[in-house]
Every structure is written in C-alpha cells, then in structure tokens.
Design a protein around this ligand. Structure first.
Ligand code: DX5
Ligand code: ZN
Length: 227
C-alpha cells in the first residue's frame, strides 16, 4: 500500500481539515478516486496551536473508510502521550513538530518501534538546521508553509528558501526521506514548492474548499504540475 520511498513522483495528500466531516467517508472516497496518494489528518489541541480539531477517535472511524495511508500531523503539546493511541487507531505515519517535542530522538524511536513511519514538521520560523541530527532517522520532513493552526491561510513565500535547503540536506544525508509541504498549496503555489524540491503536497482548502468539488480541485493541482 505504501509507495516506494525512492519513488520520485509528486504525491498529493488532501487534508480532511477542510472536508465536510458529516460525510467523511464519502469525501475521502472522492479524493481517492481522483488519485490522492494519502490522507492528511490534522490533530490540534488548543495548546500547541490556537485551534482544536480531532484525535484518535476520528482516526479510528477514518481507517476502514479508505485503503490509502493515513498520516497524522500532530500539532499538540505532548505528542509522546498519544503515539500509541494513533498507532492503535490505524495511522500509518506520525508527524511531530520539532518545536513541540522535548526528546525528539526518543519520540521518533517510539514511532518506529510502533511500526509506523516517522516524520518531523518545522514551523515557518524554525531553521532547516534543526533537522541535522535527526534526519538520518526520518521517513518524512514536513515543511510548514503557513503557521499551523488553521486551513485556508496564504502561502508564505519566504519558506521556499528553506524548502531548497532541506532538499539539499535530504539528498546528501537521506535520499529516501520524503519532503512534504503544508499550507496554502494551490495551483499557483504547487509548481513553486515542487521547483524548490517538495515531493508531497498537503492541500486542504484548494481541494475540499473547491466550489466545483474535491475531484476538480485535485485535477487543478495535478494540471498545474503537468501531471
Ligand atoms: C494547518 C494544517 C494544514 C491545513 C492546510 O495548520 O496543518 O494541513 O489543513 O490547509 P490549506 O491547504 O487550506 O492551507
Ligand atoms: Zn497539516
């Protein structure tokens, strides 16, 4: 089910943060049919970020609704306390913020011991160099292209330079590690982040907020990338 890590194809990860959660299964099937590669699941606790969303209970309901991998983006203050719960709920990848993890190495080792893929996210103001020691252990780096907490924010163009820096680090140290971006990704910004080196694009409002529906939103993204 997982794509090969060395697969250089551009992948799209719709974020259900912007979906109609009253019909979650249907909304997920729509992006699945339109070629989504994985489902991005934004967990917020009202402490690490100024918003609250959902947690392991909803992940458990999502799990049987799709064969696609589920990646949980943990925007929470104490990620260590919830790793096991997300594993039990059926998540495939857990992404923790470098800014929210005190013992990041231990957290990453725990995610791997649970048999899951491990990712680290960086806020826009956090420099790429924060990855230096942990990168050899990672399956994924998530560069935030907005400040986390809400869907529908504008892409921060200043993050492009960091995406390039992370791409260089990954190519040098751990070429199998995926480079994902999250926030304000639409048909205009997608080509810019891909040019900078991103290979996995999270998109919420440009897919689920599309007036003509999520499949049309996915199609616009794909066409902007010549896919
Ligand atoms: C923001 C979340 C994102 C969000 C992106 O804190 O991490 O995943 O869903 O939404 P858009 O694509 O609307 O910026
Ligand atoms: Zn996210």
């Amino acid at each position: 089910m997982h794509p090969r890590p060395d697969d250089n194809r551009i992948k799209i990860a719709p974020s259900i943060l912007s979906a109609d959660l009253s019909r979650l299964a249907e909304q997920v099937r729509e992006v699945e049919a339109a070629g989504a590669d994985r489902i991005h699941f934004d967990v917020m606790d009202g402490r690490f970020v100024p918003n609250i969303t959902f947690g392991p209970v909803l992940a458990k309901w999502l799990r049987p609704a799709t064969p696609l991998p589920i990646e949980a983006h943990l925007m929470i203050a104490s990620p260590d306390d919830f790793l096991d719960a997300f594993a039990e709920a059926g998540a495939d990848t857990l992404i923790v913020h470098v800014e929210g993890a005190t013992h990041l190495n231990r957290t990453i080792q725990r995610i791997k011991a649970l048999g899951l893929k491990a990712g680290v996210a960086l806020n826009p103001a956090t420099p790429a160099v924060m990855l230096e020691e942990i990168l050899p252990d990672l399956d994924l780096v998530l560069a935030m292209t907005v400040n986390p907490g809400f869907g529908g924010q504008s892409f921060l163009p200043g993050t492009l330079k960091k995406i390039r820096a992370i791409r260089r680090m990954i190519d040098e140290v751990r070429p199998d590690c995926e480079l994902e971006v999250d926030g304000g990704i639409d048909a205009e910004t997608a080509p810019q982040v891909v040019e900078a080196g991103a290979r996995v694009l999270v998109a919420g409002s440009s897919i689920y907020g599309a007036a003509d529906g999520p499949a049309a939103g996915m199609d616009r993204l794909a066409r902007s990338l010549g896919l």
